[in-house]
Design a protein around this ligand. Structure first.
Ligand code: 7PJ
Length: 260
């Protein structure tokens, strides 16, 4: 899964066009590199980021769905807003990736009637507050995340969502200390209900920066390593910025697996 930021336009109208154009070129590069899913996100959910207005998010995301839905790869939308989910699905998106795990009012209803794929992520608090006190938030981070994800999958199934549509994600960096993030990576298979595919997103995150002591722009090798470690532990989808490099690394992993 390649990350496509449908990000801000620091300029006015001309800038908006340039930003969209840049996003499309980035998408084309990821497709040429062999990406399977493009994850379009309009709102930054980094720790402390302010929320984005609905209209602004729609304006960033929907034109990209229109441009990319026939590009031959699956289109995922990284949103927690039910209106953005519904509108994206109406425009042909294939998957909804929700950091809130479809817990906000209206989210389940927005996806239940479609047959889209889903990613249900674990997070405590919200992006403004989640890093406030992660060290005291869990009894046992792996068991607590596993229990949360198992409950969400059960709730979705009760609401009529087929289990085959669901993937789960422990939510690296969302209300976790560095040590808790690595505990989740080490024990990744234990975070998911049996048979439900795991999505892992560690690309360029601070859990990597904490180990190599480098800024986000210099975390390529660490991100690729993290993706390989996640896939080795059973992750079926890795959410990454650096698609070409990650695919190369996973080809080496796959060649080893095929021989072993
Ligand atoms: C994740 C995400 C993640 C899923 C973001 C960033 C922050 N969706 N959206 N999992 N992270 N499913 O990329 O640094 O870890 S936004």
């Amino acid at each position: 899964m390649g990350i496509l930021n449908a990000t801000p336009d620091s300029f006015s109208d001309g800038g908006r066009f340039i930003a969209r154009d840049a996003a499309l070129r980035h998408a084309e590069q990821m497709i040429a590199a062999g990406v399977d899913i493009i994850d379009i996100g309009g709102e930054s959910t980094r720790p402390g980021a302010p929320p984005l207005a609905l209209d602004a998010e729609l304006e960033r995301v929907i034109p990209l769905v229109d441009e990319l839905r026939d590009a031959g790869v699956a289109i995922s939308i990284d949103t927690y807003k039910p209106e953005v989910m519904a509108e994206s699905l109406a425009h042909g998106a294939d998957m909804i990736n929700d950091i809130w795990g479809l817990r906000l009012p209206g989210a389940l209803e927005a996806v239940a009637a479609s047959d889209c794929g889903l990613c249900v992520m674990h997070m405590i608090g919200d992006p403004q507050t989640m890093q406030t006190a992660p060290e005291s938030a869990y009894d046992d981070v792996v068991a607590d995340v596993a229990q949360f994800l198992a409950h969400r999958v059960a709730d979705l199934e009760s609401a009529g969502v087929a289990r085959a549509r669901i993937s789960v994600d422990p939510g690296f960096g969302f209300g976790k200390t560095v040590e808790q993030n690595y505990a989740l990576l080490a024990d990744l298979p234990r975070t998911a209900p049996a048979g439900v595919p795991v999505l892992a997103g560690m690309s360029r995150k601070s859990m990597l920066g904490a180990v190599i002591n480098k800024p986000a722009t210099e975390r390529l090798a660490a991100s690729v390593a993290a993706a390989v470690l996640a896939v080795e532990r059973g992750a079926r989808i890795v959410r990454v910025h650096d698609v070409a490099e990650t695919i190369d690394a996973l080809k080496v992993w796959a060649a080893m697996r095929a021989a072993g």
